[in-house]
Write a protein that binds this ligand. Structure first.
Ligand code: 5AD
Ligand code: SF4
Length: 441
C-alpha cells in the first residue's frame, strides 16, 4: 500500500482539522499513514503563517527534504495550508524549493486528488491556489485523528481585521456553513460514537451573520438537543460579539461545556484600540461578568500578545492587571510577530525583541501561577472525565473534565472514549492526577 507522511505546522485548531481533511483525501486515494518520512510515497505539509516562527518552521521542514527527494525521485512533496495563500508566497516557495511537486491553497483540499493525478502525469510542478473568498465546501470526509473528539467547521474566514493579523488576508471574508449541514454532521458523528464536538470558526459568535439562518446560540441549543451523551464546545469567541443570550444558552444546556475561550489580546485600552479589537478592557471585564453571572464555574481561557508596536511598560502592566482580575484557567501567550501586509506591520515603535522577551516571561509566570492555584483547588474533588488516550510513558490514561483540565488516572481496561468519575488526589501545574471512583461528590 502506498504511504503518506503528514506534517502540520501547528497554528490553530482550524489548521489541525484541515490536516484531518487532507488525511481524508489521501486515505480515499488508497494511501496509509507512515511514521517515518523516509518510507513515504507522498509527504504533505500543512503550513500556517499566523506568526513568523510558524512560517519559518514550515520553510525549514521543506528545506530539509531536498536530500531525501534527490534519493527518492518518485516521492511526491505537496505543500498546502494558509502560508501558500499569502500573496506571492506560492511563487516564492516554488522558486526556493523547485523540488516541491504540488503547492495547493486552503480551498484546494478537495482537489488534492486531481492535483496528485496531474502531477503523476507530468514532470512540471502543479500549483493551484484559488481565492478562497466566499467559498464554503460541503461533503468533505476528514480522516479524524482525535477520537473521541471531533471538530466541525461552522464558519470560514474573518471580517475583523485586527491590525496584527494575517488571517483575513489568507482566509478571506467570513462566511458560514448552513446550520442544517452542521447539525447533520454533528448527528452523524454522535451516532458514530464521538463524545465531544467542537464547533470551529475564527469568530463563532457571528455565525450566519446577515443571512436568514439561525443564530449561534440557537445552533448550540439545537446541537445540544441531539440525543446521546456527549459534550459540546466551541471556539473562538470574539469578545465584542459575546452576548448575554450565549451565556444563558451555556447555562441552560448541560451538554455545553462550562469553558469559554475568549481572547483578550491585551489589557491596555490604547493597545486594544491600535489592534482594532473594538472593545476596551472594561468592556472585556463586563463580558466576563455576564458570563460568570449565568455560569459561575465557567473556566475562561484566552490569547494574549505582548510587544505590539508602541506597547509601553504601562500598557504591559495593564495586561498583567487584566490577567490578575479575570483569573484565567490557562492562556496562550504570544510575542507579537510582524506580518507583511497587515496594518500593524507599517506601524512605528516596533518593540525591541529583548523587551518583548522579558515581558512574555513575566506574563507566562503569572499565567502559570494562576493555573497552578486553580489546579490546587481540584484536590479532593471528583470530576467527570472523558477518557481520550493512554500515555505509554506514564502508563496512565488521560482525559479532560468539562473545564478542559487534563486528568491522568489508572485503569485496568481500555476506557478510551468513555466518561468516568475521577477523584483528584494531586495537582501538578496544568494537569491533575486521580483515581477512578464510582461516587460523585
Ligand atoms: N503576532 C502574534 N500573535 C498573533 N496572533 C494572531 N496574529 C498574531 C501576530 N501577528 C495570535 C492572537 C490570536 C491567536 C490565534 O494568534 O492572539 O488570537
Ligand atoms: Fe485574526 Fe482578529 Fe480575525 Fe482572530 S478575530 S482571526 S485575531 S483578525
Amino acid at each position: 500500500m502506498a504511504k503518506y507522511y503528514h506534517i502540520t505546522t501547528y497554528g490553530c485548531q482550524m489548521n489541525v482539522h484541515e490536516s484531518e481533511k487532507i488525511a481524508g483525501v489521501l486515505t480515499e486515494l488508497g494511501y496509509e499513514a507512515c511514521e517515518n518520512i523516509e518510507d513515504c510515497d507522498i509527504a504533505v505539509f500543512n503550513t500556517c503563517c499566523i506568526r513568523e516562527n510558524a512560517e519559518n518552521h514550515a520553510f525549514g521542514n521543506i528545506g530539509m527534504l531536498k536530500k531525501l527527494k534527490a534519493k527518492k525521485r518518485d516521492m511526491i512533496i505537496a505543500v498546502g495550508g494558509c502560508l501558500t495563500q499569502q500573496m506571492g508566497k506560492a511563487e516564492d516557495l516554488h522558486g526556493k524549493f523547485p523540488y516541491v511537486d504540488i503547492i495547493f491553497g486552503t480551498h484546494n483540499l478537495g482537489n488534492l486528488k486531481q492535483l496528485i493525478l496531474k502531477k503523476q502525469a507530468r514532470k512540471k510542478a502543479v500549483i493551484e491556489i484559488e481565492d478562497c473568498d466566499g467559498k464554503v465546501t460541503e461533503g468533505e470526509k476528514p480522516f479524524r485523528t482525535s477520537y473521541p473528539n471531533a471538530w466541525i467547521n461552522i464558519t470560514y474566514g474573518c471580517n475583523n481585521f485586527c491590525s496584527y493579523c494575517i488571517v483575513p488576508y489568507v482566509r478571506g471574508r467570513e462566511r458560514s456553513r448552513r446550520s442544517e449541514n452542521i447539525i447533520a454532521e454533528a448527528k452523524q458523528l454522535i451516532s458514530e460514537g464521538y463524545k465531544e464536538i467542537t464547533l470551529l470558526g475564527q469568530n463563532v459568535n457571528s455565525f450566519a451573520n446577515g443571512t436568514d439562518d439561525i443564530s449561534f446560540p440557537e445552533l448550540l441549543r439545537q446541537i445540544a438537543n441531539i440525543d446521546g451523551k456527549f459534550r459540546l464546545r466551541f471556539m473562538t469567541s470574539h469578545p465584542k460579539d459575546f452576548s448575554e443570550e450565549l451565556a444563558k444558552i451555556i447555562a441552560e444546556n448541560p451538554k455545553i461545556c462550562h469553558a469559554v475561550h475568549l481572547p483578550a489580546q491585551s489589557g491596555s485600552d490604547a493597545i486594544l484600540k491600535a489592534m482594532n479589537r473594538k472593545y476596551t478592557s472594561g468592556d472585556y471585564l463586563k463580558k466576563v461578568e455576564i458570563l460568570k453571572k449565568y455560569v459561575p464555574d465557567c473556566a475562561l481561557t484566552t490569547d494574549l500578545i505582548v510587544g505590539f508596536p508602541g506597547e509601553t511598560d504601562e500598557d504591559f502592566k495593564d495586561t498583567l492587571n487584566l490577567v490578575k482580575k479575570v483569573g484565567f484557567s490557562s492562556a496562550f501567550t504570544f510575542v507579537y510577530s510582524k506580518r507583511e501586509g497587515t496594518v500593524a506591520a507599517k506601524m512605528e515603535n516596533q518593540v525591541p525583541e529583548e523587551v518583548s522577551k522579558t515581558r512574555i516571561m513575566e506574563l507566562i509566570s503569572l499565567v502559570n501561577s494562576q493555573t497552578r492555584e486553580q489546579s490546587a483547588k481540584y484536590v479532593g474533588k471528583t470530576v467527570e472525565v472523558l477518557c481520550e488516550d493512554y500515555d505509554k510513558k506514564k502508563n496512565l490514561y488521560l482525559g479532560r473534565d468539562e473545564h478542559g483540565r487534563m486528568v491522568y488516572f489508572e485503569s485496568e481496561k481500555d476506557i478510551s472514549g468513555e466518561f468516568v468519575n475521577v477523584r483528584i488526589n494531586s495537582a501538578n501545574g496544568v494537569s491533575l492526577m486521580g483515581e477512578i471512583t464510582n461516587g460523585k461528590e
